[in-house]
Design a protein around this ligand. Structure first.
Ligand code: KG4
Ligand code: ZN
Length: 358
């Protein structure tokens, strides 16, 4: 990472790839001056998942307010900014277009440089905001509602995809299991809390079998196994009251969470044996999961490998991580040999729902 080469430098990050409208101001590489996130949970919770059109409409409604608030919280005016970083993929296309269009208009009106950021790279950079000891090469597990993938990064901004989910993302599995049991949305934090009261070894879920040697993930089998158990045991959705959840449901949740964490750990460990990194980064919404965090810390400590994860507010979708990923790119463009003196306003910048990091 480039740290403090030209200080102070102020980057505005804008994120709108899914159901959070977010803006943040970052001073240099890692000082978060503001971090505003307008969550849409209230809009989507009745559907048990994100409804793309509603998400786009919420972004369009909130984006001006969210950016203004990020500047106000940072005690700055927009002309004080040195550059803008915006997520241009992957994600929901209608949602991405709101952030990208807004960022382009703002950069154009202020005549400031604008850099597009891959949302996954943003998640990886979120770990650097609070940890200064992260060393390359590193292995990053990005695990969220939309993504579950392992990346090897030999040096800053270089990535190799080591494994990815073949079906559902891990967060999607948490959300779907919670929906099945009538627990609410998003399911991850609810299951994290309830699983504490259950026995993780009560229900045996068979371990993931992928026999072609790839380090891919799969969560749809686990989700179906939960569904079968629910049908077999005639478990009923928990409706309104969370107080009377049966011991069987708590055991099921604890066992599901344990199985999901084992799958993630198994793949990450094999990837670490293969790539021999110096650090492990755990990031994306599911990385808030307490069992996942503890299991990774303890298991990788046995291999002598440090695990870094951001605080929960930086682990789920936010714009500070987008600004952090944008900072080295902006520094290069503003002060690098090839960048100096040129305008960096990509007026043809577009959004891509399947944008690849590697
Ligand atoms: O990174 P994020 O905010 O958005 C995406 O890029 O998808 O991740 C949201 C996902 C949701 O599926 C949510 O259920 C899950 O992260 N999540 C958790 C926890 N907190 C959030 N999953 C398991 N345990 C948690 N504590
Ligand atoms: Zn995300």
């Amino acid at each position: 990472m480039i740290t403090g080469e030209r200080t102070p430098m102020y980057t505005l990050g804008i994120e709108s790839s899914c159901d959070e409208t977010a803006a943040a101001v970052l001073k240099d590489a890692r000082e978060v001056l503001s971090n505003v996130v307008a969550s849409q949970v209230g809009v989507h919770k009745d559907y048990g998942g994100v409804v793309p059109e509603l998400a786009s409409r919420e972004h369009i409604k909130n984006i001006c307010y969210v950016v203004d608030r990020a500047l106000t919280d940072a005690h700055m005016a927009n002309h004080d900014l040195d550059g803008i970083a915006v997520t241009n993929g992957p994600g929901l296309i209608g949602s991405l277009l709101v952030g990208v269009s807004y960022a382009k208009a703002l950069a154009y009106s202020l005549n400031k440089p604008l850099v597009p950021i891959n949302h996954i790279e943003g998640h990886i950079y979120s770990a650097f905001l609070e940890h200064t000891a992260i060393e390359y090469p590193l292995l990053a597990l990005v695990v969220s509602g939309g993504h579950t993938a392992l990346y090897f990064s030999p040096q800053p901004e270089k990535y190799k995809l080591i494994g990815k989910t073949r079906d559902d993302a891990a967060g999607e599995a948490f959300d779907k299991v919670a929906k099945l049991l009538g627990l609410g949305y998003p399911g991850g934090p609810i299951i994290d809390k309830l699983a504490e009261k259950g026995n993780p070894r009560a229900v045996k879920f068979s371990p993931l079998k992928i026999t072609d040697g790839r380090l891919d993930f799969s969560f749809s089998g686990l989700k179906t196994a939960v569904l079968r158990f629910v049908e077999l045991e005639k478990l009923r959705p928990v409706e309104a009251s969370m107080e009377n959840i049966s011991g069987k449901v708590l055991d099921l949740l604890a066992s599901f969470q344990y199985a999901a964490v084992r799958t993630l750990l198994d793949r990450a460990k094999r990837a670490a044996q293969l790539t021999k990194p110096c650090s492990i980064i755990l990031t994306g919404g599911v990385a808030c999961n307490r069992l996942l965090r503890v299991t990774f810390k303890e298991s990788f400590a046995e291999m002598g490998l440090p695990v870094y994860y951001p605080s929960p507010s930086l682990t789920t979708d936010n714009a500070a991580m987008i600004a952090a990923a944008g900072y080295p790119k902006l520094v290069r463009r503003l002060f690098g040999k090839r960048g100096r003196g040129r305008s960096f306003l990509p007026l043809d910048l577009n959004a891509y729902s399947n944008l690849k990091l590697a």
